[in-house]
Design a protein around this ligand. Structure first.
Ligand SMILES: *Cc1c(COP(=O)(O)O)cnc(C)c1O
Length: 418
């Protein structure tokens, strides 16, 4: 359920007509709905209340500070994977103690920043990283609270590029090495080891991989305890899938039931790092038609958004439903391919879409573009990054403006010999 709905054939975000935003800011743009963000956060929070789970929103899904603050105001902490994301979360109002720092390659500078800022938890992914973090913490006369991200060797049954929990993936330490890491950390004055973390991938549409991974983690907690270690915290990551195109992802309550069943009796504090499930369906990408181009075999609708603005279809073969902003019920539909102006054959936003007759300036939108959309945008082909708009009831705000061409060009500096 989201708050992008038609009223008399015109698409609205909550109580704001999309066409009104398009007229005010121009296309293309991302549009997010506060009510939808709130709804999705509350669905997760109430499901996870049964296991007293803490939600640390995975900022990489959508790191606009207005999005982070909306979720933080509802009670979310943050999961970050870089100093930049940590700075965004703090600037958006997340207390540093409610931030967890994930990621396979934290630099010394990032560790220094995070320790000085008082980041609440470090998810450590290798022995080498543990040693460096210990050194940095000792230099700063501090102790870093650590959980070890383990790789449980579970196939998340999702797209190749978003699977993270198989042995051959770069993430985490082999789960069987957890006792060694705990042992090593116990003698480190800069490290306070408190538990384990696991995140096996993204856009999971079945619960079985979660059940398998959480069961292995629970087994390891028992092993660690039997060896005399104190384990008080588990971070179960994110990964819950959403509906893009007919998937039937698990309900938050069913996910929480798997959590309860697998780790509920361990008496540990639980942290979750949902990203996509909170923001994915809370955003759309609005674009206008530049040209309709008929070739011998295809009907290409060339629009003003492109792969640089939204790379999921190209990168992950993601399918995003597309539709006109203004419905045209009388019109026959035809199969079309929605493509952008970027000089790449892969610049396809949606294939085999049924669309009515369209002409220049007609507005289209792609659904479920709130996660891994704006955050992955680039200015390839020297295109301006596109604006982000947030709607709240009858109001809307430009939460990231379109940069000027001057701003784009001024990023380059001439060397003095030219
Ligand atoms: C990307 C990521 C998440 C969020 O994943 P979603 O599928 O968006 O829920 C959570 N934790 C870690 C460590 C991640 O890398």
């Amino acid at each position: 359920m989201n708050h992008f709905q038609y009223r008399d054939g015109r698409l609205f975000a909550e109580d704001v007509a999309i066409a009104e935003i398009a007229a005010a800011v121009g296309t293309p743009f991302y549009c997010y709905s506060t009510a939808t963000l709130t709804r999705h956060y509350e669905a997760m929070a109430s499901a996870l209340a049964r296991v007293q789970g803490r939600i640390c929103y995975a900022v990489k899904a959508n790191s606009n500070q207005a999005v982070i603050r909306t979720l933080a105001n509802l009670g979310a902490g943050a999961d970050v994977v870089s100093e930049g994301e940590a700075r965004r979360a703090i600037a958006a109002g997340v207390p540093a103690s409610d931030i967890v720092f994930s990621g396979v390659g934290k630099t010394r500078a990032e560790m220094r920043f995070a320790i000085n800022a008082g980041i609440g938890q470090f998810n450590v992914e290798s022995v080498g990283e543990l040693d460096v973090l210990n050194q940095v913490a000792i230099e700063l006369n501090q102790t870093a609270t650590v959980v070890f991200r383990v790789n449980p060797d579970v196939d998340a049954q999702t797209h190749e590029k978003i699977s993270t929990g198989r042995k051959e993936d770069k993430f985490g330490v082999d789960i069987d090495l957890a006792p060694e890491l705990f042992q090593r950390a116990t003698s480190m004055t800069g490290i306070d080891p408190v538990g384990l973390a696991v995140h096996i991938g993204s856009q999971l549409t079945t619960l079985d991989p979660f059940r398998e991974a959480f069961t292995r983690v629970a087994g390891m907690v028992e092993t660690l305890r039997a060896a005399g270690h104190i384990v008080t915290r588990l971070d179960l990551g994110g990964g819950l899938g959403i509906v893009y195109d007919g998937e039937v992802p698990p309900e938050p309550d069913d996910y929480a039931a798997v959590v309860a069943e697998t780790v509920g009796d361990l008496g540990v504090e639980l942290t979750f790092e949902p990203g996509r499930v909170l923001v994915g369906n809370a955003g759309i990408l609005v674009t206008s038609v530049i040209q309709v181009k008929e070739t011998a075999t295809k009907r290409f609708v060339v629009v003003d958004a492109a792969m640089n603005d939204f790379i999921r279809p190209t990168l992950y073969d993601a399918v995003h439903a597309a539709a006109p902003v203004n419905e045209n019920p009388g019109s026959d539909t035809q199969t079309a391919e929605i493509v952008g102006p970027v000089c790449e054959t892969g610049d396809i936003l949606a294939s085999d879409v049924q669309l009515p007759a369209l002409t220049e300036n007609d507005l289209l939108y792609l659904k479920s573009a709130g996660a891994y959309g704006a955050v992955m945008a680039s200015s390839y082909n020297s295109r301006q990054l596109i604006p982000e708009i947030m709607v709240n009831h009858a109001e809307f705000s430009i939460i990231r403006p379109r940069p000027s061409f001057d701003a784009l060009l001024s990023l380059d500096h001439m060397p003095n010999w030219l």
